[in-house]
Design a protein around this ligand. Structure first.
Ligand code: AMP
Length: 591
């Protein structure tokens, strides 16, 4: 996230586990990571509520064990999800704080604050952390935020790439293919970029909003809970305080295992006066998490195949995110890239805020700015298209297309003398338009009378700021209408976009069936149209006329049936076959 301050450009990385803030130093022409009030360069994304006050950051995390049910963390994982989502249910099981279903099935975090029960959305808690990060920046800069704050959200791997580009920019005359591997506390993102001179192009992105350090911690927690149960015959899985203490100890042990081969856990009077003294080897930690580590590599592979790039063509592999320090993760990644050295020069916890500060300096604009002159080219994270007849999603701009761009597509009217068309603009990967996210709609009316199939030229124009302008034009008359949509504003969050992509994968078979059926219905519809045209426009003998009429009636009855969506594809295919048996010989006769 890039924020413009009076004379200063500030970048904030609002992370799932830790957040970081950086400032572009105009006079020194470099980025500075800002320390918080505890002297730390990263701040835990934690908010705690007590009888008297609210704590954010280190202060919240430090009192977590004593106040587990009112200390909120990991909340970024809830953004854009429903309470009934199985992933959310699973997360809730691991958390000591309470989450309930609010209006529209939205997950709401429940805490006791100043002796009153309070319900907060994940977005509200996020804004508390964001405020804290702003205060850290203000304390350092000794200047308040101007009222006319300009805020942009940039995707994390892109921010990291900017940081990387700054380090290596000099002498970068040829195009470089850079792979950003960002494994953080709660999320995993990979991006393939090309960097040439000052231009950064995002070729493809992939990831998982529910994979990261917290999951590795959870596997350790489960391991020690089972071990404790085996040794002491007590199950502590319902005890929030014990779980909280164990989780903190596991996270510490995990970090230790990144440089040592064993780590110990020592928790005095862990449960009912029983201590938990144990240890774990790096090999055991790797075994517990191997499945997740492999998933990371599979995502890397998917991103490269999306970009149609061979792994041998990747020049640099950049590590971002605290969890990318895990030796096994690095080993698997290096193995995948056939032994290539991984770039670790950027501090993985700070790269995103660093890049965001540079981006903020760029946005600060003005001729005075000495910020490096970079040009960013992002990609569309979701396909953009139009909902056409029978609710079919017709893609105009496929996902992962570089922006800015302009793309046209000609659509046709669906019936004779159609005087208007409704343009519904969607984003998403599902075959059925209404399963995607509706961005906006408009109507092009006053279309001149014409047979079905009259061309309507549609143009999608997407600029670098995510502003989409869709125009529909009747070519013959120049009659047109348009809509402008700001894709970043009030639209889908990163998590929601990810969900749409994942859902599209999950429903692939269902979507294929939907498309097949839509095609079968359309083929029959078009055939009926041709039959009608012949019936009305040709000299036919009375017998042929009668036969054709009854074939049209039969097909029309099916096509007009309100329940036709429930019918099997074969019904439409068979109807078309029957109609062809009647109409083809008639067509042959009239030539
Ligand atoms: P980030 O969201 O990028 O700040 O990453 C935070 C995550 O990285 C947390 O889950 C940390 O436990 C994890 N992490 C930080 N340092 C290490 C380390 N040395 N080894 C393993 N995991 C780490």
């Amino acid at each position: 996230m890039a924020r413009k301050y009076k004379g200063h450009a500030v970048g904030i990385d609002l992370g799932t586990t830790y957040s970081c803030v950086a400032v572009w130093q105009e006079q020194h022409c470099r980025v500075e990571i800002i320390h918080n009030d505890q002297g730390n360069r990263t701040t835990p994304s934690y908010v705690a509520f007590t009888a008297n006050q609210r704590f954010i950051g280190d202060a919240a995390k430090n009192q977590a064990a004593a106040n587990p049910t009112n200390t909120v963390f990991d909340f970024k994982r809830l953004i854009g999800r429903k309470y009934s989502d199985p992933i959310v249910k699973n997360d809730i099981l691991m958390w000591p704080f309470k989450v309930t279903a609010g209006a529209d099935d939205k997950p709401m975090i429940v805490v006791t604050y100043k002796d009153q029960e309070k319900h907060f959305s994940a977005e509200e808690i996020s804004s508390m952390v964001l405020t804290k990060m702003r205060e850290i920046a203000e304390a350092y800069l000794e200047s308040p935020v101007c009222l006319n704050v300009m805020m942009r959200i940039i995707n994390e791997p892109t921010a990291a790439a900017i940081a990387y580009g700054l380090d290596k920019r000099s002498g970068c005359a040829k195009e470089r293919n850079v792979f950003i591997f960002d494994l953080g506390g709660g999320t995993f993102d990979v991006s393939l970029l090309t960097i040439k001179d000052k231009v950064f192009k995002v070729k493809a992105t992939a990831g998982n909003t529910h994979l990261g350090g917290e999951d590795f911690d959870s596997r350790l927690v489960s391991y020690f809970v089972k071990e404790f149960e085996r040794k002491n015959k007590v199950d502590i899985s319902g005890n929030a305080r014990a779980l909280r203490r164990l989780r903190t100890a596991c996270e510490k042990a995990k970090r230790t295992l990144s440089y040592a081969v064993t780590a110990t856990i020592e928790l005095d009077a862990f449960y009912n006066g029983i201590d938990l003294y144990s240890s774990i080897t790096r090999a055991k930690f790797e075994e517990l998490n191997m499945e997740l580590f492999r998933e990371c590599v599979e995502t890397v592979d998917q991103c490269l195949s999306d970009a149609k790039m061979d792994k041998a063509s990747v020049h640099d592999v950049v590590l971002v995110g605290g969890s990318s320090r895990i030796p096994k993760v690095q080993e698997l990644l290096q193995e995948y890239f056939k032994g290539k050295e991984l770039c670790k020069s950027i501090n993985p916890d700070e790269a995103v805020a660093y890049g965001a500060a540079v981006k903020a300096a760029l946005l600060n604009g003005g001729t005075k700015s000495t910020a490096p002159d970079l040009v960013l080219q992002d990609v569309t994270p979701l396909s953009l298209g139009v909902g056409t007849k029978r609710d079919v999603m017709t893609v105009v701009i496929p996902r992962n297309t570089t922006i800015p761009l302009r793309k046209s597509k000609t659509f046709e009217t669906a019936y004779d003398n159609q005087s208007s068309v409704d343009m519904k603009i969607y984003e998403g990967e599902r075959a059925r338009a209404s399963d995607n996210n509706l961005l906006g709609k408009f109507t092009l009316s006053g279309i001149s009378p014409a047979p079905k199939g009259h061309p309507i030229l549609t143009c999608f124009e997407l600029d670098a700021d995510g502003i989409l302008c869709v125009t529909a034009e009747e070519k013959s008359t120049g009659n047109k209408n348009q809509i402008t949509i700001k894709l970043d504003e009030g639209r889908l969050s990163e998590e929601e976009k990810e969900r749409l992509i994942v859902e599209a994968e999950r429903y692939k078979v269902e979507d294929e069936m939907f498309m097949k059926k839509a095609k079968a219905i359309r083929a029959l519809d078009d055939y009926v149209y041709d039959m009608k045209k012949t019936l009305n426009g040709s000299e036919l003998c009375p017998e042929d006329k009668k036969e054709l009429n009854s074939a049209i009636d039969k097909a029309r009855t099916l096509l007009d049936d309100g329940n036709k969506e429930k019918k099997k594809i074969d019904v439409f295919v068979e109807h078309l076959k029957d109609a062809k048996l009647i109409f083809e010989p008639i067509k042959a006769k009239i030539g």
